[in-house]
Design a protein around this ligand. Structure first.
Ligand code: G6P
Length: 595
């Protein structure tokens, strides 16, 4: 996710901004840039890591400036697309996504503006410049421009006519003002200012910030507001985690926002944008991935197959060596958070060589899979730091749900009315995610953390969800957990179910709920401690559960996401009780770029 740092003061802005940007590296980025004053506002940018930028800015001196680390969204991670962007008198940096940038860009082109980058940000710089050329009142110009923007943003703004002031505003993207001795800052997050000050102000939506040798925060009527100055007491590491004890927990708490970011681009522009892909030529789909990405693929299989399209899901390290049964009517979907997993990338290259259509579902913009696949959908989960994935898996499942709807509609298995009925739930769904995140899970976690074996059972999509829950628990707490299709347990290791052995059972698919419930009774009869996760429509006064988590029944596309939350949080809590290194489990890597 992009990082912003701005500085006005009596020291060298370039050094302070650079050090601030380094503290925001944890947010992830693929290019960076800085604007500083030397007779005029000048810009220096570089692709890749901050040391590439650092080499170019040696010896520069300025008392004002803005800097940016860019996590590419609109356009590749190139120097042209890196921030800051300057148009006319305005130099700006931006964190967020302007959803209506395309229509604004067309409007500005008809006014004679030309653009050097593919970004939504440059469009906003041009918009400010256009308004300013009509009426040189900077606060009014910023406020007028804001009214036209749809999306999320935090902006740092420099104007050629104000060489001692820096302006800023935000909506749905973070922004703080840091208050130092004879120096003031804007930043995306507290770590960026901690080397210089621990005093800061939180900026609210609707406000406009002006920092110079003073800090002024204006309300929407341009009156100066009194704001509370807060003091950050923690150290740098706790600041990066945003107050959470671990990145994993922070990332789980980001899921309501991740859902919005990943699905809104498809929903915003109506059905055409959601249904823009034509799947009518395909007769089958292969989904390929590793680890949790493979598990997301299995959930996707159930959702897509419910609309009549055959889907096979493969572990990438197997698929790359097995015989291909694809043909010109097949689509191969490669799922990867990093976009760099060696086995998944090898599968992509293997099927591309045979001329098969490929689609990447990827988080990291500009990664190898994103670049090489015929087309790519970005899941927009933002950088994920914890090795065990949570929010990226969540976003993968959210995107696969939309893909299933697209496929169902193009195969005429889903009418427009049915589709609209499902989509209606999307706008309020982030609140439901939040609600389930805030359930109390600690009693369950406390009751299972000292066991060395744990089972997960479910059928069909519920089994796929169990596989991911099981992996999460296993990889961060080292409990030997085993996921079984509920009906298969009695052909396998039901003998391991003894008194008190924890068994998680997932029941959300009503076509098969009764069968799973019979299997749960079988394990209960052998003494298992049953933790049931069930949708409210299927819930009853069961006498075989030790713990029960009842999740709202939203619809078949969104319910799987809700099951994911308790499984992630309980894994987290159990690992914490077992004093494990949660964000860096032993022997695991975030991105496996070797075979
Ligand atoms: C590693 C990670 C897993 C991840 C898998 C696939 O094993 O620890 O969390 O699911 O790689 O990674 P990818 O980046 O391709 O999604």
């Amino acid at each position: 996710m992009c990082g912003i740092v701005g500085y006005v003061g009596n020291k060298n802005a370039v050094n302070s901004i650079m050090s601030g940007l380094k503290s925001l590296e944890y947010r992830g980025y693929d290019s960076a840039g800085i604007a500083y004053y030397d007779k005029e506002f000048k810009i220096i940018k570089a692709e890749g890591k901050l040391n590439n930028l650092e080499k170019k800015i040696n010896g520069l001196n300025s008392n004002i400036g803005i800097g940016h680390t860019r996590w590419a969204t609109h356009g590749k991670p190139t120097v042209e697309n890196a921030h800051p962007h300057k148009v006319g008198k305005f130099t700006i940096v931006h964190n967020g996504i302007i959803e209506n940038y395309d229509s604004l860009r067309k409007l500005l082109v008809s006014d004679g503006y030309t653009f050097k980058s593919e970004t939504d940000t440059e469009v906003v710089a041009a918009l400010l410049d256009k308004f300013y050329s009509e009426k040189a009142d900077i606060l009014k110009v910023i406020s007028e421009a804001r009214k036209l923007l749809i999306g999320s943003y935090a902006f740092g703004i420099l104007c050629d006519d104000y060489k001692d002031s820096l302006f800023a505003l935000r909506k749905d993207s973070p922004l703080i003002v840091g208050i130092g001795e004879n120096e003031n800052f804007i930043a995306s997050d507290v770590p960026a200012i901690l080397k210089y000050t621990n005093k800061y102000i939180l900026i609210d939506e609707g406000e406009i910030v002006e920092i110079s040798n003073k800090v002024k925060i204006y309300d929407e009527y341009f009156n100066i507001k009194e704001k509370e100055i807060l003091t950050f007491d923690g150290d740098l590491e706790s600041a990066e985690k945003g107050g959470y004890e671990h990145f994993m927990l922070k990332e789980i708490h980001e899921e309501p926002n991740v859902f919005k970011n990943s699905t809104i681009p498809f929903l915003k522009f109506g059905l055409e944008s959601l249904l823009s892909r034509d799947f009518s030529k395909y007769t089958s789909i292969d989904i390929v991935g590793c680890g949790s990405a493979y598990h997301a693929g299995l959930v996707g299989k159930s959702l897509i197959e419910s609309y009549g399209m055959r889907v096979n899901v493969y572990v990438a390290s197997e698929y790359r060596y097995q015989k291909l049964f694809t043909n010109k009517n097949s689509l191969v979907i490669l799922i990867s958070q990093s976009g760099e997993t060696a086995d998944t990338l090898a599968c992509l290259r293997k099927v591309k060589e045979k001329g098969i259509d490929t689609l990447g579902i990827v988080n990291v913009v500009g990664s190898s899979i994103a670049r090489e696949a015929d087309s790519t959908i970005y899941i927009k989960a933002g950088p994920e730091i914890s090795v065990a994935t949570t929010k990226a898996y969540f976003a993968q499942v959210a995107i696969l749900g939309l893909l299933a709807l697209n496929i169902g509609y193009s195969r005429e298995e889903l009418s427009e009315n049915q589709l609209e009925e499902i989509l209606k739930k999307y706008s309020t769904f982030p609140e439901i995610i939040e609600q389930v995140i805030n359930y109390e899970y600690s009693e369950i976690s406390n009751s299972i953390y000292n066991y060395e074996t744990c089972f997960f059972i479910g059928r069909l999509i519920d089994y796929s969800l169990c596989l991911e829950g099981c992996l999460k628990l296993k990889e961060i707490s080292y409990i030997n957990s085993i996921a079984y299709p509920a009906g298969e347990l009695k052909h396998g290791t039901i003998s391991l179910i003894e008194d008190d052995i924890p068994v998680f059972a997932v029941v959300t698919d009503k076509t098969i709920a009764d069968k799973t419930i019979s299997n749960i009774k079988e394990v209960k009869a052998r003494g298992a401690k049953v933790i049931l996760i069930i949708t409210e429509d299927l819930d009853d006064d069961f006498d075989f559960t030790d713990y029960k988590i009842v999740i709202p029944n939203v619809n078949k596309i969104l319910n799987p996401l809700l099951v994911t939350i308790p499984l992630q949080i309980i894994s987290y809590e159990v690992a914490k009780l077992r004093k494990c290194d949660i964000d860096k489990p032993k022997n695991l890597a975030k991105s496996v770029t070797v075979e």
